[in-house]
Design a protein around this ligand. Structure first.
Ligand SMILES: Nc1ncnc2c1ncn2[C@@H]1O[C@H](COP(=O)(O)OP(=O)(O)OP(=O)(O)O)[C@@H](O)[C@H]1O
Ligand SMILES: [Mg+2]
Length: 299
């Protein structure tokens, strides 16, 4: 079992039709037919949406995505139409709501990796490959790869793992031309973002993009981009391959959940417990740190 401990009731806003409650975002359609994407303060870990929220998280993700979108437009157009709050929307939606073009989404999580860790490392240790791509001997947790690689995954339903797949499998699913476009755009955008982050003392170890096609069949960058939820950011100053790197994300939550302090057994199929105040505060601080370091502005 996994997913929501308790699925939240969608807010009713006149003029908006609720479409979907994702792990983090709530999706609505407005009267113009555009998508209204509201990033909540929900946090997920180990395939569970936790029962405790992280204050301001949704705003941080939204503002950071907007900051990145602005720096990527020459490489990929994005789905944002406006940051205006829809009429009748509650005040707490301010700063966390984007009006976006509704796209035909490709069913691929477009992951770029410049460093080896996580599911990439797990596969490498078994086969010396990641998503079927051969890598040199001798890499360890946190190693920089000889060059960034495209390691796609299929999008899972709430509560399921995304599954790494080969490039050939993506080409079978979306066609060779689209697969090539996804790979090229993913690596181009990763390269730009990695360089920007590096200038600010942050390693962008890996990241996930979602793309869709607009009415004119142009590839458009969608969802959120280059946030702590979709990326691994490591402080460059303390980077040291050979063990897990500290990161600006929910690592603190994951570590607490799997520690004896939480009383939770990940394998038990029982829902995870509420987070204590200090875990909430430390996690919120990590998200804010990521925002402030990358953008160079105070939250
Ligand atoms: N421009 C867009 N057009 C259509 N769908 C989009 C667009 N941008 C993002 N999405 C979709 O909106 C959803 C965002 O919600 P969220 O990130 O909370 O979901 P998730 O947990 O990643 O996945 P799921 O929706 O399966 O729960 C994703 O399903 C994403 O694919
Ligand atoms: Mg998502």
């Amino acid at each position: 079992m996994s997913g929501f401990v308790e699925k939240p009731e969608p807010l009713q806003v006149p003029g908006l039709v609720h479409l979907h409650t994702g792990k983090v975002r709530d999706l609505y359609r407005n009267e113009a037919g555009d998508l209204v994407m509201v990033a909540s303060d929900r946090i997920s870990a180990y395939d569970w949406v936790l029962p405790t929220e992280i204050p301001d998280k949704g705003r941080v993700l939204t503002q950071l995505s907007l900051w990145w979108f602005d720096r990527l437009t020459d490489l990929a157009p994005n789905h944002v139409i406006s940051t205006d709050l829809p009429d009748g929307a509650p005040a707490e939606w301010a700063g966390r709501t984007l009006i976006c073009r509704s796209l035909r989404m490709t069913p691929v999580e477009c992951v770029a990796r410049g460093y080896l860790t996580g599911s990439g490392l797990a596969e490498y240790e078994q086969t010396r490959t990641v998503c079927g791509l051969a890598l040199p001997e001798g890499l360890v947790d946190g190693s920089e790869l000889p060059a960034p690689i495209f390691t796609p995954a299929t999008k899972a339903a709430v509560g399921d793992h995304d599954e790494n797949v080969s490039y050939e499998e993506v080409a079978r699913q979306v066609g060779a031309e689209t697969a090539a476009l996804l790979r090229r755009t993913t690596l181009d955008v990763y390269g730009r973002a990695r360089d920007i982050a590096r200038d600010r003392g942050i390693i962008l170890a890996d990241t996930k993009f979602e793309f869709g096609f607009d009415a004119e069949d142009r590839l458009v960058l969608a969802d959120e981009v280059l946030t702590p939820d979709s990326s691994r950011f490591w402080p460059a100053a303390s980077w040291e391959p050979g063990h897990a790197q500290p990161s600006y994300d929910k690592q603190y939550v994951r570590d607490w959940l799997t520690s004896s302090a939480s009383g939770w057994d990940r394998a038990s199929e029982q829902p995870p417990p509420e987070l204590p105040g200090e875990v909430v505060d430390a996690t919120r601080a990590k998200y804010l740190d990521a925002y402030e370091l990358l953008t160079g502005t105070r939250w």
